[in-house]
Write a protein that binds this ligand. Sequence first.
Ligand SMILES: Cc1cc2nc3c(=O)[nH]c(=O)nc-3n(C[C@H](O)[C@H](O)[C@H](O)COP(=O)(O)O)c2cc1C
Length: 248
Amino acid sequence: MILFINACVRKESRTLPLAEFAAERMGGDVERVDLDSLPLVPFGKDMLEKREADIAAGDYSDAGYDLAKQFRNADAIVIAAPYWDLSFPSALKCYVEHVCVRGLTFEYGSDGMPVSLCRAKKLVYVSTSGGYMMSEDHGFGYVRQVFGAFFGVAEAMLFKAEGLDIFGADVDSISDKCRTEINNKLTVNGEENKMEEHEITIRIRTSGEKCEMTDAEIREWYLKHVGGLFNKEYGTPDIDVTVERKEI
Ligand SMILES: Cc1cc2nc3c(=O)[nH]c(=O)nc-3n(C[C@H](O)[C@H](O)[C@H](O)COP(=O)(O)O)c2cc1C
């Protein structure tokens, strides 16, 4: 099961469809947690004391542990998180507090280090930002570390689309590039996924008149009229148009 953790908030989120595409590429059943629709609250004094008592009694029957139980059964994790205030929405940190439960998702070894009780070995983190990410450490970097140290998630991948709110930004093409990267780098059911390469030859014969179009114009015409026919669902392919001229 792929656990899809959605930390997006805006209805017209640009992060969410990219992350959904990533989960789809990975294949398999997806269970989704929409953080914005959960009554998540940060851990306060009473909650902490109750949790300590539950852990001491080995009693995880409270519904408050359902998120942690779901988390430990996931085979892979996908996180959709917009870049907020140099990291991610606080609901995601809150979620981490709720799934970090000793005895359920991790245990301490005899050396005092955490030992994972979770199945997931892979994390895919998808984020978009209005400007450029100053450092990945506070967002992706934090999640990768906490998931690695406590939950044994060995492989973490980041897919990002930056600069979306910069005046004049071509949001579609930036998002498309990210989508293409996801498509190329994520495996489907463990299979290596590469876009197939095709060579298509189109001959243009002009009768009488010499072709007045320059090579650059021919390339531009091709990309405008033919390049657009490719299936955009999997991102925009790299199209390399070579023009050869021959008098016949
Ligand atoms: C509360 C909030 C905080 C933000 N903080 C930053 C920031 O620190 N740096 C940045 O480049 N963009 C920032 N942005 C812009 C978002 O990263 C950008 O619009 C992103 O694409 C939003 O993702 P979404 O379309 O999935 O909601 C912020 C946006 C919001 C709403």
